[in-house]
Design a binder for this molecule. Structure first.
Ligand code: FPP
Length: 264
């Protein structure tokens, strides 16, 4: 095992056993995550919800580094949905503050691991100080290549599709009969990013919650009851193993059906 992986998944641990079962040649290129359960985690400890988000931010750091070391190319994190504005003002303010503080302090983590930051979502709704920091870190990490961390902020899947349609209409000159999926996808906020292969949702909810609706047409979904602040490298490895056990058919029949009766 390479040294940087041995450090992260030390021999003799459950993580090391899980890692040994992983097929490095069949990792998802892009993992998307709905980080849910910060509030419940805090409530279960008699703490304020904001403490749950702080613990959630620590889990973001842990999973980002683990995904990069494993060789995942894109990690998209649903950090603030376009519906999250409905939460109490103080909680909304704390979430953006937390994000801004972490960007400042975790810039070193991004540069040390050769990670690029990219933001998707409606930027015009993001509070000024947070947006300024996000764009600064995006610019500073634009040349990094090992993994791209995509923060979905003020993001809604339907809004993303509407915005793409607006861009197309504003450009003009598109013959409706020639519009294809590729042309449309190139106007989405995720242009240039491959569709997620795996979606992880924590805290047991079985919903997409308006996340990457277009992009997740064929994404495998892994739902775990673990609350986001408790989600560690062991749970990431479990999700990846679950993914590797799936047969992806993209609307085709499975290989077993296709080749049935062909054996001599
Ligand atoms: C869901 O938990 C989580 C969020 C609304 C936001 C995710 C935010 C973080 C992980 C922290 C800050 C992020 C970064 C990138 C530094 P919830 O509040 O919906 O939990 P509940 O369903 O138990 O109430």
């Amino acid at each position: 095992m390479e040294k940087h992986l041995e450090e992260f998944f030390p021999p003799g641990t459950a993580e090391n056993d899980l890692f040994a079962r992983l097929d490095p040649g069949r990792l998802p290129r892009h993992v998307a995550v709905i980080m849910d359960g910060n509030g419940r985690w805090a409530k279960g400890r008699g703490l304020d919800r904001v403490e749950g988000h702080k613990a959630g931010a620590a889990a973001v750091k842990e999973i980002t580094e683990a995904a990069a070391r494993l060789g995942i190319g894109w990690l998209t994190l649903f950090a603030f949905s376009s519906e999250n504005w409905k939460r109490p003002r103080a909680e909304v303010g704390s979430l953006w503050r937390l994000l801004r503080l972490h960007l400042g302090s975790d810039l070193e983590l991004l540069t040390r691991n050769d990670l690029r930051l990219r933001v998707i979502g409606r930027r015009d709704g993001i509070p000024g100080p947070a947006l300024k920091e996000l764009e600064r870190v995006e610019a500073l990490t634009a040349g990094n290549r090992r993994m791209t961390v995509v923060f979905a902020l003020n993001y809604g899947g339907r809004a993303d599709i509407v915005d793409a349609a607006r861009r197309l209409l504003a450009e003009g000159g598109v013959d409706p009969s020639r519009l294809d999926e590729e042309t449309f996808a190139a106007r989405l906020s995720t242009a240039g990013i491959p569709d997620p292969d795996l979606l992880i949702r924590t805290s047991g909810e079985m919903r997409l919650s308006n996340f990457l609706l277009w992009q997740m047409a064929y994404t495998e979904i892994h739902v775990t009851p673990v609350l986001w602040p408790d989600f560690g490298r062991r749970h990431l490895l479990e999700a990846l193993l679950d993914f590797q056990g799936r047969e992806r058919r993209f609307g085709d029949v499975g290989a077993a059906v296709k080749h049935a009766g062909q054996r001599t």
